[in-house]
Design a binder for this molecule. Structure first.
Ligand SMILES: *Cc1c(COP(=O)(O)O)cnc(C)c1O
Length: 377
């Protein structure tokens, strides 16, 4: 069955229409160059994306999931190490941690920001802890000042999962804006098409200020090669951002700031239109880039009813994410159970993501808000 959406949950076709000519020219440039892997486009994109994040090094890789895995390996995380993360961000982080041979340790999140609870983090550090993997969920930076303080106290490596936070920032102790990717020792980004900066296929990147780690990442993404056909790294694989995606990303990169500003404007429209309803709105702050606009309903029954109502009225919506990682059958052997992470579990039953993208019109947002209003009575 195809639904005639009045407001679709996403609209990538529309977002690429405006850039059609430039995208086609970039694709043609790569096709005609005869060079498709690790060439001028990837190098240029890495330089441009590092500049955007305000870091020294960017290493283009195959996806966000690969970026997380390679960041862990490059940081020397492996068997016997614990990596502390959250369980409300789909399975990306736990999968990367397990692939690296380490053990994921879940901590609960803050009920309002839905990001890692720094107090829970501090309480979860054991002598085996080696790294922290906070997620900037929905485009809002995690509590990085508090998280970095815990990391420094215990000598832990911080790998930001910035897959939903391109261009997001938060003020540091001096009040200066500090970007996603500038806080931790490493940060992983995804360029999955629907992300704030999306390719037209898969792509990802690791950013860091550490030159040696950057060099190691360049080897790891390319079979472990130090130079052609000479390997100095056993954990190497094929995980490269390709020239075509890099060229397309270079077309979109200069539009990221305006796109994020447009998302923030739409968040403001939602907030004003929904203010008097009995629902929780995402806490705003200037550096929030609203990868998703996630509201919280009073209880699961209301959420499920509203979701069905919106879908029946042609309004796209979704749940990010319906089943926390620690309750997924695949990860049962990690030893967590219902009740292990009360806030994470409670939120999973009450959250609902509304349409959020720069092309959304004011009328679209009003229609979504009005449909929510009629759905709640
Ligand atoms: C999308 C996403 C990833 C994975 O990125 P891919 O490019 O799809 O592999 C990892 N973490 C978070 C939080 C994400 O949203």
């Amino acid at each position: 069955m195809t639904i005639a959406w009045r407001v679709p949950f996403g609209d990538l076709q529309r977002s690429h229409q405006a850039l059609q000519t430039e995208l086609l020219a970039a694709a043609r440039r790569v096709i005609e160059s005869g060079w498709y892997i690790l060439g001028a486009e990837v190098t240029a994109f890495e330089r441009e994306f590092a500049a955007l994040c305000g870091v020294e090094h960017c290493i283009g890789v195959a996806s966000g999931a690969e970026a997380l895995y390679l960041a862990l390996v490059a940081a020397g995380i492996g068997p016997g190490d614990e990596v502390i993360t959250v369980a409300n961000a789909c399975m990306y982080d736990v999968a990367a941690i397990l692939q690296a041979g380490a053990r994921p340790v879940f901590v609960d999140v803050d009920p309002v920001t839905q990001n890692m609870d720094p107090a829970a983090l501090a309480a979860a550090v054991t002598p085996r802890a080696k790294a922290i993997m906070p997620v900037h969920l929905f485009g809002r930076l995690a509590e990085m000042p508090a998280i970095m303080a815990v990391a420094e106290r215990h000598g832990l490596t911080v790998i930001e999962d910035a897959a939903q936070a391109h261009g997001a920032w938060r003020a540091d102790a001096e009040g200066a804006p500090r970007m996603a990717g500038q806080w931790g020792h490493l940060a992983a980004f995804s360029f999955y098409p629907s992300k704030n900066l999306g390719a037209l296929g898969d792509g990802g990147a690791v950013v860091t200020n550490h030159a040696e780690t950057a060099e190691r990442l360049r080897r790891l993404r390319m079979y472990g090669w130090e130079r052609k056909y000479y390997t100095t790294e056993t954990g190497g694989r094929n995980s490269r951002l390709d020239e075509l995606q890099a060229a397309l990303l270079r077309v979109k990169l200069p539009h990221l700031a305006a796109a994020n500003a447009a998302r923030r404007e739409r968040a403001g429209w939602y907030a004003a239109a929904l203010a008097d309803l009995p629902i929780g709105l995402p806490p705003d702050e200037p550096g929030h880039v609203y990868h998703l606009y996630v509201i919280t309903l009073p209880d699961r029954a209301t959420r499920d009813r509203l979701r069905a109502h919106l879908l029946a009225h042609g309004i796209g919506c979704d749940i990010h994410y319906p089943v926390p990682t620690h309750l997924q059958p695949a990860y049962a052997e990690l030893g967590y159970h219902l009740g292990s992470l009360p806030v994470t579990e409670d939120l999973a039953g009450r959250i609902l993501s509304l349409p959020m993208y720069p092309e959304l019109s004011y009328d679209d947002v009003m229609l979504v808000a009005e449909t929510i209003r009629t759905g709640l009575v």
